[in-house]
Design a protein around this ligand. Structure first.
Ligand code: AMP
Length: 285
């Protein structure tokens, strides 16, 4: 497995692969791998001849009061895990090269980023779309794999790729969970022992919503009331949002008719966790 830091080197390598008719699959990450990341990499291996995994904690997508500096990092561990799943290249660019002096170009996807995390974390998605657009130009992938755990991110990237006519297939993969249902996240390491149980309130409330839906309830307000009640019944929790949205527009829906997603962002202690459930899809909890 190759480790590449230089943007130019990555571009030259990708270009030569393309010239040799190879299919490049790409998994962009911020590192500190867990099984969720590895599931994307395994899918990437199936879908391409060369799997590139990027590790880049992108400063542009963190707000000033967020956890950029303390975001967990462990390159050696990540390198071994990526090697185990036979990733071909790890690309880890430097901030100075990604955003040099005089940098001033941004990609904004306007509508689907207004609700949910876009509301709570202004400028977050602008950072995500800008870095992904840059990474797509550097890695030149044919297929990029993202997790559905970051549902709004996936919708936003798909929108950007379509709107900017980027020739790229974007694939969304199911959320990988701990055996008790907690969605895997690099940020789970922040949870204190006593908060870990309360963190389960997210996935458990998704199960409650699924049951209500399967029993025929279609009124978003009524489903959300039960979801909120359950989460608030757990110590250390503070709901940032609990919403039911159309899966294409990400606008709130009052009544479940078309495809809809229940999206949650909940602070458990000081840790902000997200999770979601697309009504009618399987939920392995
Ligand atoms: P991150 O390193 O957190 O930026 O995540 C990198 C990629 O992994 C994103 O496409 C995420 O959606 C995806 N991902 C994160 N957690 C999970 C999970 N539990 N299951 C599946 N994919 C995930």
């Amino acid at each position: 497995m190759e480790s590449v830091r230089s943007i130019k080197e990555m571009q030259v390598f990708s270009e030569s692969l393309r010239n040799n008719g190879k299919k490049i699959s790409f998994v962009p990450t911020m590192g500190y791998f867990h099984e969720g990341h590895l599931s994307l990499m395994k899918e990437g291996k199936k879908r391409g001849d060369c799997l590139v995994v990027s590790i880049y904690v992108n400063p542009m997508q963190f707000g000033p009061a967020e956890d950029f500096t303390r975001y967990p990092r462990d390159f050696e561990r990540d390198r071994k895990l990526a090697e185990d799943v036979k990733a071909d290249v790890i690309f880890c660019p430097e901030n100075e090269e990604m955003y040099p002096e005089y940098y001033q170009t941004f990609v904004d996807v306007e509508e689907v980023t207004k609700n949910l995390c876009g509301f709570s974390r202004p400028a977050h998605f602008r950072g995500v779309t800008t870095v992904c657009a840059k990474l797509f130009h550097i890695v030149k992938p044919h297929v990029a794999i993202f997790g559905k755990k970051d549902f709004q991110q996936l919708v936003t990237i798909k929108r950007m790729v379509q709107d900017l006519n980027i020739v790229l297939e974007v694939v969304g993969m199911p959320t990988v969970r701990e055996t008790d249902g907690l969605a895997m996240s690099s940020r789970n390491v922040y949870l204190k022992a006593q908060e870990r149980e309360s963190a389960l309130s997210l996935s458990r409330s998704l199960v409650i919503a699924r049951k209500l839906y399967e029993d025929g309830l279609r009124d978003s307000g009524k489903i959300l009331r039960e979801v909120r009640k359950y989460i608030e019944g757990n110590p250390y929790t503070g709901i940032d949002y609990a919403k039911i949205c159309d899966t294409t527009t990400l606008k709130d829906v009052e009544y479940l008719e078309g495809e809809a997603v229940l999206a949650l962002a909940v602070k458990v202690g000081a840790t902000r966790l997200i999770d979601n459930y697309v009504f009618g899809e399987t939920l392995d909890i």
